[in-house]
Design a protein around this ligand. Structure first.
Ligand code: FMN
Length: 166
């Protein structure tokens, strides 16, 4: 799984649409993620409309670049499928990571933009996409063909590893 070691966030995209087969494989990878009790408590909103992408990209201070990404996938929590007291944020984190890795496999680039837990970001996304009360927008992933390749960086730090005891 070399993509784990080479993946980087991409915030610059070519003006080229993402093929629907690629989008479907990305969504398949997303839904293959592990979830507590196998709750599969996720939902996705796929956005390609240019005006909507421009509007969504105003969701917060670190998201403006997303306007130029031809594909947005909004990863959401369906609270009706939530296991009681579950770590649903952990579930959706695994979903997002699967998306980022499949994006690399497809020869694309992406950036995870945090929506949850910021009330104003969630309100912006919910209003824009007519999201009902029981659905929580968790992250927006901007996806497209990369404008350039980023260099991988090695983050392995043996000092952060504790064997047998802390
Ligand atoms: C929970 C989460 C929220 C993030 N939110 C943003 C964001 O709002 N805007 C952004 O540009 N990048 C965001 N990122 C991407 C991180 O900035 C990026 O992953 C980090 O700097 C490491 O760089 P890399 O992805 O290239 O390895 C987010 C990543 C995570 C996991």
């Amino acid at each position: 799984m070399n993509h784990i070691f080479t993946r980087r966030s991409m915030r610059k995209y070519l003006d080229k649409a993402v093929e629907s087969e690629k989008c479907e494989r990305i969504l398949r990878a997303a839904m293959q993620a592990p979830t507590g009790h196998n709750a599969q408590d996720f939902e996705f909103i796929v956005v390609t409309d240019e005006a909507m992408r421009a509007h969504l990209s105003l969701l917060g201070p670190y998201s403006h670049f997303a306007e130029k990404a031809p594909l947005h996938i909004i990863v959401c929590e369906n609270t009706l499928r939530q296991w009681p007291n579950s770590n649903w944020q952990g579930n959706l984190g695994a979903v997002c990571q699967n998306i980022l890795l499949q994006v690399e496999e497809e020869g694309l680039g992406a950036c995870w933009i945090g929506v949850w837990p910021y009330p104003e970001r969630m309100a912006h996304v919910k209003a824009a996409l007519s999201i009902p009360d029981e659905i929580i927008p968790y992250a927006l992933i901007s996806i497209g063909y990369k404008e350039y390749e980023k260099r991988a960086d090695d983050r392995f730090d043996p000092g952060k590893v504790h064997y047998e005891k802390y």
